[in-house]
Design a protein around this ligand. Structure first.
Ligand code: F6R
Length: 607
């Protein structure tokens, strides 16, 4: 949700700033801008819309200088116009911001009363105006920052340039991520290590409340109380190559096809192949004493959590509560001693999930996180870090992170069950064997890409689409609907198939395709009965099942998508593939922007 970068360099920075924004465009693409320091002036270039517009603007009106800041925006306050694009600037100060200044209204009123003039509708501009005021009064940049930061409420990562001090930048973070990168005679700021990947691998992660002065010589970091502090320098391991599309048309397509590899990669950390046992990272607490699991996440990660609820309850017989983070944090949940709070997130930075994590920590819960960015805030605040090894996910719609989350959650549920004495050695081996079959089954599911592409035209004209599933396929139905709506802009809903006749069946007519997820297995007959109820009312069915299921129930369907026959444990991983591909091909058929769908951003770092 907005990406920021800053460079104090030895060579011109404009192109490198724009290049850095390219690697962060997934964080927001409503507008983009840069500001460099040159000839004693702040030189600002901004453009509405995608980064390509800013690239053109900078080519036509170069921004010289070896020090600069840049921003790609996901709009919160103020429309996505050039006027509201970052950097925001006065003659003295230019600033980029990721987050929200929640108390911007009283601050703005105070500044207006002092006669200061605003040129945007953003919350961010109050920070620029406050800093400028202190600079004009004669304070140094560091003094101005030190005075202003404690007055800001909300979440921010800031990179700030000062006209009077052209050889340094100041960064600050609270609630939004910010890293410092160390180069050869250059120093950088970035929203994440990926943004800085081609510039440096040497990274310090700022902690909550930290602020930093960067110069060519390095960085001086201060904590929230203004004390100078050291923050460890680590090798980021981020690779710029990981964010190339290769031969694929879209990042989303590439990421869907990476799933067999990244799920196998993830499983390697969670199962011992030879012993056929689950193997988790070192756990520093007594897992057998956990008497309740509370799962909190958002969006696709939440649906992974819903699938996990079935596994935890089935294998370990532990009660599981699950909630979306934005509801959880404000509903005063009951959190009793002995509870494990489990957070699932691709980015590890989703603001609501992070706030819920901190709430649970304060309430004495043991904190476990399943996260794809191992250096993220959630990863750093967890008692038990369970990384997914999906690699950078750039397509805004989550795909490979989801299946890797499922792989980790299945192993965690099995581990829990083993420790609680609920699984015999043989049962554990059987679970491990099934999990290890997943990569090959994902490959077999991907073999049906062409068939799905062929039938996408049946869905593309629809205004509404329903997805039905039962048991662990119910969250999959919701995930399928989410994928379709976010990238093709077709309204879609996922329902528990047995719930259809309690209302949604009224929607059925021959204009509403109904996608039914029904792997053959214990719940097949029940789901198929619900499917027949839809068909009897003229509904057009797309049945996703294996050969056996299609032979039994495929007749009369508008289309069928054949999946390999898989064990019910791994069905949610395998059936993720056809719903992802269906959404992908429908979006391609409609010509929408698959990797950067409208109004969305990858990393939701505001509430
Ligand atoms: C959907 C999607 C979102 C994310 C959600 C949570 O395709 O990508 O729904 O799943 O914003 O993000 P993370 O997992 O980063 O916490």
């Amino acid at each position: 949700m907005c990406g920021i970068i800053g460079i104090v360099g030895r060579e011109p920075v404009a192109d490198r700033l724009v290049d850095g924004l390219k690697r962060m465009e997934y964080r927001g693409y409503d507008s983009a801008g840069i500001c460099t320091l040159s000839g004693g002036q702040l030189v600002r270039r901004r453009a509405e819309g995608k980064l390509a517009n800013l690239t053109r603007e900078v080519a036509e009106h170069p921004a010289p200088g070896e020090v600069g800041i840049a921003h790609t925006r996901w709009a919160t306050h103020g429309a996505p116009t050039e006027q509201n694009a970052h950097p925001h600037a006065t003659g003295e100060v230019a600033l980029v911001h990721n987050g929200i200044i929640e108390n911007f209204k009283p601050l703005r009123d105070e500044l207006l009363a002092l006669g200061r003039k605003f040129e945007s509708e953003t919350d961010t501009e109050v920070v620029v105006q406050m800093l400028s005021r202190h600079i004009e009064e004669g304070k140094s940049p560091a003094e101005a920052v030190r005075t202003v930061l404690p007055r800001l409420r909300g979440a921010f990562a800031l990179a700030i340039a000062f006209r009077q001090d052209p050889d340094m930048l100041i960064g600050a973070r609270l609630g939004s991520p910010l890293v410092v990168g160390y180069g050869e005679g250059e120093t950088y700021l970035g929203s994440d290590a990926l943004a800085l990947a081609p510039l440096t691998q040497d990274i310090s992660y700022l902690e909550e409340g930290d602020w930093v002065i960067i110069t060519r010589e390095g960085a001086t970091i201060f904590d929230v109380d203004g004390n100078e502090v050291e923050r460890a320098v680590t090798k980021s391991g981020a690779s710029a190559a990981a964010i190339e599309k290769g031969n694929y048309r879209h990042f989303m397509q590439k990421e869907i096809f990476e799933q067999p590899t990244v799920v196998a990669q993830t499983l390697r950390s969670y199962v011992r192949q030879l012993e056929r046992t689950v193997a988790l990272p070192q756990i520093d607490f007594d897992i057998t004493s956990i008497n309740r699991v509370t799962i909190v996440a958002c969006g696709t990660s939440f649906y992974a959590g819903m699938v996990a609820k079935y596994w935890f309850e089935m294998f370990a017989r532990v009660p599981v509560d699950i909630d979306v983070a934005s509801e959880f944090r404000y509903r005063d949940p009951v959190l009793e001693p002995g509870g494990l709070a489990l957070f699932i997130s691709q980015s590890g930075e989703t603001a609501d999930t992070l706030a819920a994590l901190r709430h649970c920590k304060e309430a004495g819960q043991t904190i476990a996180v399943v996260v794809n960015v191992p250096t993220s805030s959630m990863a750093r605040e967890a008692d038990l870090l369970l990384p997914t090894h999906a690699g950078p996910e750039i397509g805004v719609a989550s795909t490979k992170a989801f299946t890797c989350q499922l792989a980790v959650l299945a192993a965690l549920a099995a581990h829990f069950a083993v420790k609680k004495g609920r699984l015999s050695k043989d049962e554990e081996r059987a679970i491990v064997d099934h999990l290890l079959e997943a990569p090959a089954c994902l490959n077999a599911a991907l073999d049906h890409d062409d068939d799905i592409a062929q039938m996408a035209h049946l869905i593309a004209p629809a205004r509404d689409v329903l997805y039905l599933g039962r048991g662990p396929d119910y969250p999959l139905a919701m995930e399928g609907a989410l994928k379709l709506k976010e990238i093709s802009y077709i309204h879609a809903e996922g329902y528990a198939s047995g719930e259809m006749k309690h209302g949604p069946i009224a929607l059925i007519d021959d204009h509403v395709p109904v996608v039914v997820l029904a792997p053959s297995g214990p719940l097949f007959e029940k789901t198929v009965s619900n499917m027949q109820e839809v068909r009897a009312r003229g509904g057009k069915i797309v049945l996703i099942s294996d050969a056996e299921g299609i032979a039994e129930a495929g007749e009369g369907c508008m289309a069928t998508i054949e999946m390999p026959k898989v064990h019910p444990l791994i069905a949610p991983l395998v059936y993720a593939v056809p719903v992802q591909l269906l959404a992908y091909h429908v979006a391609c058929a409609k010509g929408t922007d698959v990797d950067q769908p409208r109004n969305l951003a990858k990393s939701v770092t505001v509430e």
